[in-house]
Write a protein that binds this ligand. Sequence first.
Ligand code: ADP
Ligand code: MG
Ligand code: ZN
Length: 468
Amino acid sequence: MEYEPVIGLEVHCRINSKTKMFCRCSNNIFDERPNSHVCPICMGFPGMLPLINVEAVKKGVKAALALGCGIPEFSKMDRKSYFYPDLPKGFQISQYDLPISEKGKVTITLSDGSKKDIGVTRLHLEDDAGKLTHSTGGTLVDYNRSGTPLMEIVSEPDIRSVEEASAYARQLQKVVRYVDSSDADMEKGQMRFDINVSIRPKGQKEFGTRAEVKNLNSFRSLEKAIDYEIKRQIELVENGGTVVQETRGWDDNKEITTSQRGKEEAADYRYFPEPDIPPLIVTKEMIEELKAEIPELADSKSDKYQSEFGLSTEDANYIASDQELARYFEKAAEVSGSPKKTANWLLSEIKPLMASDSFTASPETIGKMVKMIEEGSITGKIAKDHLNEICSKNSDPEEYFKPFKVMEDTGELEKICQDVINRNPAIVADFKGGKEKAIGGLVGQIMGATKGTANPKSVNEILHKLLS
Ligand code: ADP
Ligand code: MG
Ligand code: ZN
């Protein structure tokens, strides 16, 4: 029988706010001396009063907006109770039934170039626990991480392969970094994955029973663990067994998952509204403000460049991946009215000059120049010959190119052409004898005589007329 995996990811990203979620302790804890960034609040002393960190909430909302999530006006924090030595409060402050955001998506690109949307169920806020270090002498606990702000991003069970899961996780990392909500550096423990995996016979609609593997901290272990789980479950079912719903752990050395405990249900956590923190009200104004701060993501920019402007995938990706260049391009294209031509000039001629200190051309200047070329008022050759000047002096193309404008007067151009024909009987004889290419010699002389201001296309037409 052929099986199909069904996968959903829960991703935790540490929000990069200056301070922790509910106290004013520093959130920069990487490599710090254990228990040096702690206070009664994040150590859960009796009587402590948590105070929510507005910067962290805003960064969470911003990431949610970048994932296309809706932001309800009202949400609240809830207590999720469980006992563990790294959790001094005895509960985590998280969000249960009214999270800060819901229903977004992540668009992934697969190796065959196809795209797929993976649904995001919700992004919610919570605080992290401390960290245990087991050694031969006993177990040590560091509370620096305790109370640091997290956003948990839960996906719909839309993922169908290791490749899709990996692409989803990588895209998510890009998004949270792009909006500067999380540094998402896995080496520093700022991004962790829980995977939920089930299998079902191909064609079956209902999902199978899932196993969850918690706390994977690299793309590699994410991929390996999913791959292992799919194979384990298929083998189990093929041998007449059944998958049980449980929480498993990943052994990075042996590269296997092992059963840890039965899956907790919501009731086990005794969720109830956090009484010390008032509801979170996110106003429409605040949402608009945060939306305005989100730069358009490189991927959607590239899509737009391709579908609306007709740029090649390669050129579109190249420009979109560089925020500065993208801004420059968009402005220049707006002025020129010809995005594709603007991109060609930008990438082939202007980009190499941009690196120089003397480059001062504004995107408006480049846009105007491309517009003049497109309208046929100057030739591409003239533009190229004077590009250094334009780019280093930011000269106004309209003014600068006045003496170099394409000759509008075809009567005068025709006179020059006739003149050159009269002076070159040998070339004319070659051409008339069937050497089509000989005409290039005449064109060159005419361009010289007009200092490059003749439109090569008109010159060709006139020559053919006069010589026929
Ligand atoms: P929790 O793990 O806290 O109980 P949920 O029930 O919301 O939370 O599910 C967590 C994750 O499991 C989600 O990412 C969801 O898409 C995924 N999931 C749910 N059912 C299945 C399934 N049958 N197979 C694979 N993944 C699943
Ligand atoms: Mg879970
Ligand atoms: Zn603290």
